[in-house]
Ligand binder design. Sequence first.
Ligand code: SF4
Length: 714
Amino acid sequence: PMIEVDEWVYSTCGYCSVGCGLYIGVKDGQAVTVEGNQDSPVNRGRLCVKGLYEWKFLQHPERATSPMIRKKDKLEPVSWEEALTFMINKMEEIRNEKGPKAIGVYHTGQLLLEEYYALGKLAKGVIGTPNVDSNTRLCMASAVKGTIRSFGTDGSPGCYEDVDEGEVLLIFGANPAEMHPQLWQRILHNREVKGTKIIVADPRTTLPAQIADIHLPLRPGTNIALLNAMIHVLIRENLLDEEMIDEHTVGFSAVKALVEDYPPGRGEELTGIPAETIVEAALLFGKAARGTTLYGQGVNQSMSATDTAALINTLHLITGKLGKPGCAPISLTGQASAMSNRDVGGSFSLPGFRNPANPQHRLEVAEAWKLDVEKIPAYTHDIMKMMELIDTGKLDLLWVIGTNPAVSLPDQKSVRKSLENVFLVVQDVYYPVETAAYADLFLPGAQWGEKTGTYTNIERRVNLANQAVEPPGKAKGDLKIFQEIAKGLGAEEGFSWLNPEEVFNEWKVLSKGRPNDMSGMTYERLEKEQGICWPCPDIHHPGTKRLYTARVFNTSKGIAQEYGDFNHEEGRARLWAIPYTPPPESPDEDFPLWLNTGSILEHYHTRTKTKRIPELVITAPEGFVELHPLDAERLDIREGERIRVVSRRGWIQVPAHISTTLSPGQVFVPYHFGDLDPSEAHLKQAANHLTLNWKDPFSKQPMYKTSACRIEKV
Ligand code: SF4
């Protein structure tokens, strides 16, 4: 290291879910640099541009350093005592008047596992509300539901070694080059050294599509049609694993009957991809002895999202590409800690992938928490449902933690109206932040580098991130905030942990015997062994790289995370027969273009962190709309010209970026940018003014990828 430091603190990157190991360099009590961890099996010392500059946002002048209460239309600094008393009194008043359901909690995929556990216990056990959700709803809820519907419980079946060992890699609706840069480096290395064949299914010619052996540029909203056509070819050519189908799954005859209607010619009609290219892709995948799929937001935020995830699993099951090296369907989660939230029941489930609708599961949790089982709700609501509850006067207090719904939720006009009509508590690490403009109370939390805890990454590896520095001013670790609120609500006893490891130890007892068993893990082991993949049921267990090696699935009613027709034969995975359904909104005369939204390398989410890093802002200072040269010519638009993108919900005004990465008739807008200054039309850039408030029926995840718009000159 070039920079002189007093101490190197072992940690894990807090941005994306790849989970790169790193050390934070501390000098005079301040973070001054980071260094990739050479021993980490995840990144072998390398970091991407976001990880490299991660330390910089810790000392930013816009860090929130004091609690604030809205007084005379302005948030004014107050003491913690005043802020927490205000919040607890308000919660009790609402609980007494309307019951616990009138309180909602909406948090982030960037807390630590320990914080999710404590917050879940507080919200579901102490407050007793079903209105608990996380912004992970926006990025991987469909992958979760699809995984549960196929295998019985959540959890990616594979690991990064499956990416290395696959002869063929199917990248379906994902752009790891921008979203998961270090995983992308591995993919490039494998392609170079091992000759891994790459198939990319994506409407855009992204970086992965540019280097792919086969690019499948499908029409927006046609994932199911493409997968059905590929499965048709696999069945026709008998590229199947009969033993897997006969002995370990149910539902094959329905799949076979359904895909008869999807020959490659119909696939071409629906997806726009030439039939012979669909056949070529299916044969490449089917004939390879080892194949892994990586899928992302192009699945999760698209039409038929849960169904698509379940169909990707079906593709792997019928070809036997599961539970062995180089063979896995892997969902690329977005945030560092999205998987931890799922592990410990931070939002829709209960800890240990327990099903809140299962009385036995609720009882196990209530006993561990020493609470009345009646207190724990048997269901939960998603965030868009919570917005509806605000609008109908049923939800009076919303506590938003570390997320920014005033930029990130679809159909911003209605979201902002809802935020105006609720008692809003915002807990964040920066101020100003867009959602705080609506806050009645603001609580300053701590962030990565300022607290200790664990993150579970894409491959189920639980990684330790240690505290390196103190949070600024009066900002406080989120776990401490949750503990103090629990105490204020009279639940001190169950929240008296002295440090995060005590929380981890409490959780791991509840994980015993569950699919994501962490009972053999300790913080000491996590650091020494560079993270451990669950399940790890005892102290000598090395962790588990891949699930379902014995081809026994978690579909028994005692274990399953949800009930449904996938439970009807215990221990067997479920194959899904799914017809193609067109999206609810497609281009028409008034709105003739497909609108796709997504992310870019430099930014993360709504840029609360990345807009405060000059090195990132310099290369990506503002929003834009990408459109094809033919559309630009037809509309007489020049590169860089500020134009208006208009949908049925609203409009934005951004510079045009003319690019052949899209097909004609499609436009792409990055979702990171809010309204840089809402009073200035040319700074209204939040892509979610345009997006459709339409949720996947199973996962309740908004469909950000598929709606219609038009372009107007200004
Ligand atoms: Fe962090 Fe992801 Fe970049 Fe790794 S790839 S350094 S985890 S942002």
